[in-house]
Write a protein that binds this ligand. Sequence first.
Ligand code: F6P
Length: 325
Amino acid sequence: MISLAENKERIALLTSGGDASGMNAAIRAVTRYSIYNNYEVIGFYEGYKGLINNNFDILNLNSVSGIIDRGGTILYSARSEEFKTEDGQKKAIENLKKNNVEKLIVIGGDGTFRGAHDLHKKGIKAIGIPATIDNDIAGTDYSIGFDTALNVIIDIMSKIRDTASSHDRLFVIEVMGRQSGVIAVNAGVASAADYILIPEVDFDLVKIANEIRNHRKGKRHTLVIVAEGVGKANDIASSIKLLAGHEVRVSVLGHIQRGGSPSAMDRILAARLGQKAVDALMDGKSDAMVGYQGKEIKIIDFEYIFKYKRKIDKNLYDLAFILSL
Ligand code: F6P
C-alpha cells in the first residue's frame, strides 16, 4: 500500500468504458487542479477493474506532464462485468477504504456513471465527467471526445468524396454510436452527406433508392451515413444496390473514430469539466455529473441522466437533408 501524504485528503480518479480523445486532458486537469487545492490524487488503472484489483499509482504533476495532446487514456480503460456484481463492488469499496479514499472522479459515459452511482450508495462521494464520442449523455451539450471524433470523420468523408466523384459512385459510410444518431447527424451536416440513417428516425430505403436511381441530386458522388445503431452498413449497401441498381462501396470507420490527438475544443472542455468536478467534490457534492450547458458548466444529478435519453437535434437532421439537395 502506498502511504497517504501527511494532512492530505485523497481524490481517486479512473477512466472507464470506451476511450475518448481528451480523457488524458481531463486526467491532467483533475490531477493538477486537485494538487493545487492541496489534495493527493491516485489514479486507478483500467476503470472499475482497477478498483477491484487495487491497481493504482499516485499521480503527481510529472505523471500528467506531456499528455494533453495524447489520445486514449494513460489510466487505461475497461468494461468490467465483475464490478456489476455485489461481490465486485464490495472488493472495490474495501480497496477504496483501505487507501483512505472517500472521493472519486470517474471519466466516461452512461455505464461509468452507473458504477459511480452504486459506489455513492455505498458511501463514496462520486462525481462523473462525461467522455464518450457518442455524445449521447443527457444534461451536457458536449461530451469529451465527440468533437475530435467528428473531426476525424469529416476528414475521412472528404477523402471518400474525392474518390466517389472521380468514379461516379455511391458510398455507405458507417459511423459509431451504439444506440444514438448524434454522431451521424453532426458528421452528416459537417460533411454534406446526402442521406443520414439513424435509429431515432424512420427511413424509407425504397424511397431513397428510387431517388438514387432517378437523379442522385445531380451529383457524381452520393454519401450515405449510417449510424451503427441502425444496422450493418454492408446490409444497407446491398439493399440500396439491389433497389437502385447502382454500384455501391462501403466504408466502416470503426475505432479510427476514437483515436488521435484531441481537438482544441475537447482539451478546453476537459480542463473546464475537470475543474468543476474537483470543485463539486470540495463542496461535498456526489452522485452527479459535471456538464456543459450553453456556456456554463453545471452539476447534474445522475438520476436525471439515467432518466432522460439524449435526443438528436431534429432541426439539424432536417437541415442536413435540405442543404444537400
Ligand atoms: O460507447 C462508445 C463506443 O465507441 C460506441 O460508439 C461503440 O458502439 C462502442 O463504443 C464500441 O465498443 P468496443 O470498443 O468495446 O467495441
